[in-house]
Write a protein that binds this ligand. Structure first.
Ligand code: ATP
Ligand code: MG
Length: 419
C-alpha cells in the first residue's frame, strides 16, 4: 500500500468541514479590514528564502524541501508566505502609488522538513496577512486589533495571550548586536548552531531551542531602543491591553526569521496541551525586506497563523463555528422510473441555491432514512408509483415533523416559501 508522506495529512469528512468553517470565519474577518487575496506559486527559487528568511535561520538551514528542476535550477517548496508576497510585489510593480497601501491575505500550504508532532507537520496550512506601504504606529495598532477580531470570531479570546517585543532598529541595531555578541562569547558550553550564530547572526541565538534558556542575563533590547521606538512600544502595549488581549512584553522574543524590524509578536495558546507548538499566530514589522530584495524602500507589517494548531484548539474546546452544512432536501426514489424527473427537480432546486441529495446506490428505504439523518436533511421526499401517477409529492419536514402534499411542479416555489 502506498502511504502519504510522513508529516502530511489527508483531510476529509468532519475535519474538512472544520477547515472550511475556520477559513471562512477568518477570511470574513480579514475582509472587514478591506484585505484582498493574493495567490503565489507553491514553489519558488531557493534564493528568495536564503536572502529574506536568512541563511542562519532554522527554516533555511535545516527545514527546506529543495529540488532541482530538469534544467538544474534550484527550487524549494515554499516554507513561508511573506517572501513570495514581497517577490510578487517587486516583480509586478505593485509598489506603484495607485496600489498603495497594499492590504493582502493569503491561504495555502507551506512545507518544512521538521520532526512531525502534534501541531507540527511537514505540510501545513497558513493564513497570512501582509500590509505594505505604511509605517505608522496606528497601523501597528490596527494589526493588534485584527488579531483580537480573529480570536473573537474563533471564540478563543480567553484562551490566548499575546507576547510582544520591539526589535532594535537603525543604527542602534548594530550597537545592540555587538553587546549581545560580547555577552554570548562569555559562554563556552553553547550548541554547535549557536557557536556559528555568534559570528554570523547573534540575534538568532535568542531563538535557539537548546540554549535560549541560558540567556536570562543577556543585554536587554529595551535599553537600546531609541526614545521614539520606546514610546511606540509603550503605545502598542497599552492599546493592546485596552483592546482586552492579555499582553506581555517578552524581551527575548526575536522570531525565527531574519527580516523583522520593530514590533514583533506571537499569539500563544494558554493551555499546555500543544507543548512547544503553542504559538498559533506570529509576525511583525519588516520595513527593510522589500529593499533587501532589490525593491524600493517600502515599509510593511504582517503575520501568519497556523491552521492545524487553530483546528486543534477548536477541537480541544469543542468549539463549533456554527456553519450550517445541513441538506435542504433528501430524495428517496423507490421507482427507478422517477429518477430522471427527480434529477430535473433537483437541478431546478440547485439553481435556486438549495442543497439537495439523492441516493444512486439503490439503498433500502430504511438505510436511506439513516443517510438523510446523517446529512441532517431538513426535508425528505419519497418518490414511488403513486407520486409518479398523481404528479404530487409529500414533503416531510424533519424539523417540525409535519407533512405537506404539493404538486410536483410547485416544489421549488414551496421550498422558497419555507426559507
Ligand atoms: P515554531 O517555533 O513552532 O517552529 P515558527 O516560528 O517556525 O514556529 P512561523 O514561521 O512564525 O513559525 O510560522 C507562523 C505560524 O505557522 C506558527 O506560529 C505556527 O502556528 C505555524 N507553523 C509553523 N511551522 C509549522 C509546522 N511545521 N506545522 C504546523 N504549523 C506550523
Ligand atoms: Mg519553526
Amino acid at each position: 500500500m502506498i502511504q502519504k508522506p510522513r508529516g502530511t495529512q489527508d483531510i476529509y469528512e468532519q475535519k474538512s468541514k472544520q477547515y472550511n468553517a475556520l477559513e471562512k470565519t477568518i477570511i470574513d474577518v480579514l475582509k472587514t479590514y478591506n484585505l484582498n487575496e493574493i495567490r503565489t506559486p507553491i514553489f519558488e527559487a531557493k534564493e528568495l528564502f536564503v536572502r529574506s528568511v536568512g541563511e542562519t535561520s532554522d527554516v533555511v538551514s535545516k527545514e527546506m524541501y529543495e529540488f532541482l528542476d530538469k534544467k538544474g535550477r534550484e527550487f524549494v517548496l515554499r516554507p513561508e508566505g511573506t517572501a513570495p508576497v514581497v517577490r510578487s510585489l517587486i516583480e509586478n510593480k505593485l509598489y506603484a502609488q495607485e496600489y498603495l497601501p497594499l492590504k493582502l491575505y493569503y491561504v495555502g500550504p507551506m512545507f518544512r522538513y521538521e520532526r512531525p508532532q502534534t501541531g507540527r507537520y511537514r505540510q501545513f496550512e497558513q493564513i497570512g496577512v501582509e500590509l505594505l506601504g505604511v509605517d505608522s504606529v496606528y497601523q501597528d495598532l490596527e494589526i493588534i486589533g485584527m488579531l483580537d477580531s480573529i480570536v473573537q470570531a474563533l471564540k478563543i479570546s480567553t484562551q490566548v495571550e499575546l507576547d510582544i517585543n520591539y526589535l532594535v532598529t537603525g543604527e542602534q541595531r548594530q550597537i545592540y548586536i555587538q553587546a549581545l555578541k560580547k555577552y554570548l562569547l562569555t559562554f563556552n558550553d553553547l550548541c554547535a548552531d549557536c557557536t556559528i550564530r555568534i559570528q554570523k547572526n547573534p540575534l538568532r541565538a535568542l531563538d535557539c531551542k537548546i540554549d535560549a534558556k541560558k540567556f536570562n542575563a543577556c543585554p536587554q533590547m529595551a535599553d537600546y531602543l531609541t526614545p521614539s521606538d520606546q514610546a511606540r512600544m509603550q503605545m502598542i502595549l497599552s492599546a493592546a491591553q485596552k483592546i482586552g488581549l492579555k499582553t506581555n512584553i517578552n524581551q527575548n522574543l526575536v522570531r525565527g526569521l531574519d527580516y523583522y524590524t520593530g514590533l514583533i509578536f506571537e499569539l500563544k495558546y494558554l493551555s499546555k496541551s500543544l507543548g512547544s507548538q503553542s504559538t498559533i499566530i506570529a509576525g511583525g514589522r519588516y520595513n527593510d525586506l522589500v529593499e533587501d530584495l532589490n525593491g524600493p524602500a517600502l515599509p510593511a507589517i504582517g503575520f501568519a497563523m497556523g491552521v492545524e494548531r487553530l483546528i486543534w484548539i477548536l477541537e480541544e474546546n469543542q468549539i463549533n463555528l456554527g456553519h450550517d452544512d445541513a441538506l435542504d432536501l433528501y430524495f428517496i426514489v423507490i421507482n427507478q422510473q422517477a429518477m430522471e424527473s427527480t434529477l430535473e427537480l433537483m437541478r431546478d432546486l440547485r439553481n435556486h441555491g438549495f442543497k439537495v441529495e439523492l441516493d444512486f446506490l439503490n439503498r433500502s428505504l430504511k438505510s436511506n432514512f439513516k443517510q438523510a439523518e446523517k446529512n441532517h436533511a431538513k426535508n425528505i421526499i419519497v418518490l414511488g408509483d403513486k407520486e409518479i401517477q398523481t404528479q404530487t409529492l409529500i414533503v416531510k419536514n424533519q424539523i417540525t415533523n409535519t407533512q405537506t402534499e404539493i404538486a410536483m411542479t410547485d416544489l421549488t416555489k414551496f421550498m422558497k416559501a419555507g426559507q
